[in-house]
Design a protein around this ligand. Structure first.
Ligand code: NAD
Length: 362
């Protein structure tokens, strides 16, 4: 059976890692009919929008997409394509497995964590009020009237909504993921001691949901404590479920535990099989077109995509091929060498070719 998949080429290093990943996935033997579409600053220059309707329509039609990274210029009023895509497609869960692979240079070798991040609410909901704008002045006055609290007049304001509906959905997803993947424990991460009506709500809903899953251990940890614990004793944790902002930050922390952004894959999951798979890293614009960066994170995102498509054997085969290339340490990009200037480091395409060779041996 052939699967229809949207391939979002992205910008910066996006197109080059997307093309290599596409080739590697095709080499697993799974039949995929790819529909290539664009997003990001290159297409914005041509069409006036970084997220053309055609791209969204293709994702909606095919339900499954593999997405290369996209640049979000800071402070230009250009809203994040990534946030818009998640909101438009209702991709409420961001799942980022962080697993140690032998041969990856890292201070740890025993990490096997999964981050389940809420993707639509919290401070990333995009509800913001700019300093000095009329509506901001009104909001500051209203808050003073309602709460008696004074916000400084020269403030910008970002709103942090966390709902029962959104929290239930993400915590249910985390427990269902734990059950489906043979995981033993779910930890809810929050700052409920300070933000009682947002993080406090997140925690109380998480506790309620946890009661329905007595076979899975549940605990909760305050986010600042969690960052320390992840550095000191990551082996105590299994599946972490978090509101959007903490999820974003701890994803990078956990990527660091397993050897960095070059090897950290991810999946954005919605309703009815809708899913967009992408690396945790961004578009690294200064490496654009150099055939230099590590394609592993997007290839492993492709591995998660194969699993989602029900191609379990092919996904296992692909993970094994990636693991072998990394373990051998020869045909790997600069970031995986002990010395980042090691002249024996290979390029993006060559690392992809080495993975394809390993696939052929299985
Ligand atoms: P980045 O992840 O693009 O790059 C940071 C550094 O990490 C790079 O300079 C490079 O040294 C290293 N790196 C990243 N990917 C690598 C790879 N595949 N192989 C080897 N090294 C790699 O982060 P940034 O510089 O903060 O962001 C650049 C742009 O990407 C920004 O506009 C940001 O908004 C965007 N971004 C997009 C996504 C996404 O599309 N999902 C995610 C994060 C950031």
């Amino acid at each position: 059976m052939s699967h229809n998949v949207t391939l979002i080429l992205g910008d910066g290093i996006g197109p080059e890692i997307a093309k290599v990943t596409q080739k590697v996935i095709d080499a697993t033997g799974v039949k995929i009919s790819w529909e290539e579409v664009e997003a990001g600053i290159d297409i914005m220059a041509k069409e006036g929008t970084p997220l053309p309707e055609k791209t969204l329509a293709s994702c909606r039609k095919n339900k499954v997409a593999l997405k290369a990274p996209v640049t979000t210029p800071v402070g230009t009023g250009f809203r994040s394509v990534n946030v818009a895509l998640r909101q438009q497609l209702g991709l409420y869960a961001c799942v980022r497995p962080c697993k140690s692979y032998e041969g990856v240079r890292s201070k740890y070798n025993n990490i096997d964590l999964v981050i389940v991040r809420e993707n639509t609410e919290d401070l990333y909901a995009g509800i913001e009020f700019e300093k000095d704008k009329t509506e901001t002045v009104t909001l500051i006055e209203t808050i003073k009237k309602l709460s008696g609290k004074k916000i400084r007049d020269d403030s910008g304001i970002s709103i942090k909504p966390i709902s029962v509906t959104g929290t239930k959905k993400i915590v249910e997803y985390a427990f269902a993921y734990a059950v489906a993947n043979g995981r033993k424990k779910v930890s809810a991460i929050h700052k409920a001691n300070i933000m009682k009506f947002t993080d406090g709500l997140f925690l109380s809903v998480a506790r309620e949901v946890a009661k329905k899953y007595p076979a899975i251990e549940f605990n909760d940890v305050i986010v600042d404590n969690m960052t320390m614990q992840l550095v000191q004793k990551p082996e105590l944790y299994d599946v972490l479920v978090l509101p959007n902002l903490y999820g974003d930050i701890l994803s990078d922390l956990c990527a660091g535990l397993v050897g960095g952004l070059g090897v950290a894959p991810g999946a954005n999951i919605g309703e009815n099989g809708m899913a967009v798979f992408e690396a945790t890293h961004g578009s690294a614009p200064r490496y654009k077109g150099l055939n230099k960066v590590n394609p592993t994170a997007l290839i492993l995102s492709g591995m998660l995509m194969l699993k989602h498509l029900g191609e379990i054997k092919a996904s296992e085969k692909l993970e094994k091929a990636v693991m072998r290339v990394i373990k051998a340490g020869k045909d790997v990009t600069y970031d995986m060498k002990a010395d980042r200037n090691d002249p024996s480091a290979v390029g993006t395409r060559e690392m992809g070719e080495a993975i394809i060779k390993e696939l052929a041996k299985q």
